[in-house]
Design a binder for this molecule. Structure first.
Ligand code: GKR
Ligand code: MG
Length: 436
């Protein structure tokens, strides 16, 4: 079996006006659907970041991918990594970059997109689910968390292409609780994450307390302000929410850089507060893992097959976390069903991953889904590994074409939450870190 053709479909997916310390989400998120068509007529698929950068990176490996044996992924990874050697020496903090846009991760993201499509094709050729190709699953169903966002009114999209605003405006603790009840009722999630760094810390503390009051201690809670807080503020929030976050939840990227996180950890521990610190900003690649351990700045690493380098890399990270005694969770960006199934298979082969994975999936709608049969279904907060070959999902080509049409009409080719914030909320807004 050889890869005959690499097909790339840049698409746009409606997205609501969600807030984070990065700014505001644009009315459409950008994604790329990847296909590898093999000589035996099998097509493997994957979904990755969108816009000019990711598409150009994938284009740059086209001549290497076309003609490649999809089983020979190690050699392909060596080829891609060889091109990344120089960049890998640089500073790698993701403090100022949205995950998926770090140029130093380009090789890992590109490899992942091709790796997953190849594994999907192999799974289809052998008639086995993707997770069974890489050692088999340690769980049949993967739990996800209710990923709450502050947001303005609106469901995403533009002009005559707007989506229903399922959750309405969310800017108060009451609205946070309301949105959570809605999400939990619809999807059955059993862990809760609030994207913070948007409102003054006391308001976000109040929101977490309101969630605890409503859902009780059975629902572990996390808050992630994406580095919006100073070390002092991070310690203050950690102390204020000790009861809420130390109980199976965590404090995610409260401040910038591993050294800052380590200082927060020391100060919390000195107060007898063992709330774990999690990160997808200070720890973004394998080189960061030993540093996280040595400094004790991060106790839980948020993996992500899309930018850590695919399913194989996820498994390596799981092994590393196990050896080093670190916890493991999973990060998410806006995505559709192909990506959600990739995360599900990835999580299924990582024994160290014991926290419910993040997912933005509830923020997208069926209008934009590109898989046959519509949206992936959750069962009691989990996605069940389908008893089908590969990822277990197929592309709905009409839906892909609609996504491509939307993409063509857009004036932007890159996620820029700061620009959106200036356009719609405050013309002078800048991402200031720490803001509080
Ligand atoms: O979608 O605004 C967002 C999130 O802030 C996202 O970009 C982050 O990557 O989900 C993320 C996180 O830091 O956990
Ligand atoms: Mg995060």
């Amino acid at each position: 079996m050889k890869i005959k053709q690499l097909k790339l479909h840049p698409i746009a997916v409606a997205d609501g006006p969600l807030r984070s310390s990065y700014g505001l989400h644009a009315p459409y998120a950008l994604r790329t659907i990847v296909e590898v068509v093999t000589t035996d007529g099998i097509t493997g698929i994957s979904e990755t970041y969108g816009g000019d950068g990711p598409v150009a990176a994938l284009e740059s490996v086209r001549s290497r991918v076309e003609g490649m044996d999809p089983f020979q992924l190690t050699a392909f990874r060596q080829y891609i990594n060889a091109q990344a050697v120089e960049a890998a020496g640089g500073a790698r903090s993701q403090t100022w970059l949205v995950p998926g846009e770090n140029p130093l991760d380009t090789h890992a993201r590109t490899f992942a997109a091709i790796e997953v499509a190849c594994l999907d094709a192999i799974g289809k050729a052998l008639g086995r689910p993707l997770c069974d190709l890489v050692g088999g699953r340690c769980r049949d169903r993967v739990p996800y968390s209710a990923y709450l966002f502050y947001k303005h009114a609106g469901g995403g999209g533009m002009g005559d292409d707007v989506r229903e605003d399922e959750y309405g405006e969310i800017l108060t603790p009451e609205a946070v609780v309301r949105s959570c009840k809605q999400m939990v009722a619809q999807y059955g999630f059993k862990e809760i994450k609030l994207k913070g760094g948007v409102l003054p810390p006391e308001e976000e503390i109040a929101a977490i307390r309101a969630l605890r009051q409503e859902f009780g201690p059975k629902y572990p809670l996390r808050i992630d302000p994406n580095c919006a807080w100073s070390i002092d503020t991070s310690v203050h929030v950690g102390e204020s929410l000790k009861g809420e976050l130390s109980d199976g939840g965590y404090l995610e990227d409260p401040c910038a850089a591993i050294e800052g996180m380590a200082e927060v950890r020391r100060r919390l521990l000195a107060n007898g507060n063992d709330t774990p610190l999690a990160s997808n900003v200070a720890t973004t690649c394998f080189a960061h893992v030993p540093v996280a351990k040595e400094t004790d700045g991060v106790q839980i690493i948020l993996s992500d097959p899309h930018y850590w380098g695919g399913i194989g890399a996820q498994q390596k990270l799981s092994d590393l976390c196990e050896v080093l005694g670190l916890g493991m969770s999973m990060h998410s960006n806006n995505h559709l069903g192909v990506s959600l199934m990739t995360m599900t298979h990835a999580a299924a082969v990582c024994p160290a991953l014991t926290y419910a994975c993040d997912t933005h999936y509830p923020w997208q709608t069926s209008v934009d889904e590109v898989i046959v049969g519509g949206r992936v279904q959750f069962e009691k907060g989990c996605v069940v590994i389908p008893d089908k070959p590969g990822l277990g999902v197929e592309l709905d080509y009409d839906q892909v074409a609609r996504g491509e049409e939307r993409y063509k009409k857009l004036p932007y080719r890159k996620r820029d939450d700061e620009a959106e914030m200036c356009k719609h909320v405050d013309p002078n807004w800048k991402r200031i870190l720490p803001r509080w």
